[in-house]
Design a protein around this ligand. Structure first.
Ligand SMILES: [Zn+2]
Length: 342
């Protein structure tokens, strides 16, 4: 994820879907949604018909709750740690990187990643690393750092951290196909999970993710618990591992951002989220970045969070990769395999 660009992208995404549905008849909607074009002017919602509103809402929506009765080993709650290894790709994607912004981002590959992996080693915890393939091609040695313990998962995070809602279907599909091939080649494992760069999910993203054989998705926010994605009202068999800005380091740890918060204060937010998840026998998903949380004063926040959980009796909390969690809830809920698109 990356916060500031993400906010802009979300606005664009709404505008794109909104204008397509509201400016065209129902017969042309499906074709229009296959080729979203960014626009700057859109009708306000009070000029929409209910049918238009429902069509937009149903593009991708939360379906069945996939919470298991118990987490693996009888645990009462699950904690999934994810690290989006964006590094230089966030600066590169707009085509106007500066040497300064690239250097700030390279910190993730050069320093932050190793610091995070060392902390995970100390606690013997698994994590999922969502990696834009250009990021890994720029620093291929990161693959060995992540692979060394044998506990972690590689998953797809776009080719160059592209913003899906700005792309036609064919380009989004080509970049994602390329990203899977490159990540497979660089890591030696075919990834099964997808997280949209900046959580920027286009009207075409779910179709592409289904067609390319992913088993879970992790960019959307309809619940704290895992759920099945519905596409135009129909079950997809795709497991969603939901995320949340509250649990993302990018907007809150930016020292030049308007929403900057102290890492130690944010650790308390994560702890509060976890304590409630434990009460509800639910799940917490943290989204962090090596170039952000890999800094010394921020790794302290992650350590405070992990130390809080470590104080509980053994077996109370299950830590897993996103793929392990998705497979587990899929089996427990008897969801079956992902459903091919009709
Ligand atoms: Zn990202």
């Amino acid at each position: 994820m990356h916060a500031r660009q993400g906010a802009t992208a979300r606005v664009n995404a709404v505008a794109v879907i909104f204008t397509l549905v509201c400016s065209m008849g129902s017969a042309s909607r499906a074709a229009a949604q296959a080729q979203p074009v960014p626009v700057t002017s859109a009708k306000p919602g009070w000029q929409w018909s209910f049918d238009s509103a429902q069509t937009v809402v149903n593009t991708v929506r939360a379906g069945r709750d996939l919470s298991p009765a118990k987490w693996p080993g009888g645990a009462k709650a699950a904690v999934l740690l994810s690290f989006d290894v964006d590094n230089e790709t966030v600066a590169l994607r707009y085509g106007e990187p500066t040497v300064g912004s690239l250097s700030e981002a390279q910190y993730g590959a050069r320093v932050g990643l190793q610091r995070i992996v060392s902390l995970l080693d100390r606690y013997q915890l698994p994590a999922t690393f969502f990696v834009p393939s250009v990021s890994l091609r720029l620093t291929p040695t990161m693959a060995d750092v992540i692979k060394k313990s044998g506990r972690h998962e590689f998953a797809v995070h776009g080719w160059i951290h592209e913003l899906n809602t700005t792309l036609p279907d064919s380009v989004e599909r080509r970049l994602l196909t390329q990203a899977i091939a490159e990540l497979t080649q660089l890591t030696g494992t075919k990834p099964v999970g997808y997280r949209a760069p900046s959580w920027n999910f286009s009207p075409n993203t779910l179709s592409i993710v289904r067609d390319l054989g992913f088993r879970y998705e992790s960019s959307l926010m309809s619940d704290d618990r895992p759920y099945e994605l519905l596409q135009r009202g129909a079950p997809s068999g795709m497991v969603e591992i939901p995320v949340q800005w509250i649990l993302d380091d990018a907007p809150l740890f930016d020292p030049r951002g308007q929403r900057y918060a102290s890492p130690r204060e944010i650790a308390q937010v994560w702890i509060d989220e976890f304590d409630k998840a434990l009460e509800e026998h639910s799940m917490v998903v943290l989204t962090l970045h090596p170039h952000i949380s890999g800094h010394r004063s921020r790794i302290v926040a992650l350590e405070l969070f992990l130390a809080h959980i470590r104080k509980l009796p053994k077996g109370t909390v299950w830590f897993g990769t996103h793929a392990q969690a998705a497979d587990y809830v899929r089996a427990e809920a008897k969801l079956g395999e992902p459903v091919a698109r009709r």
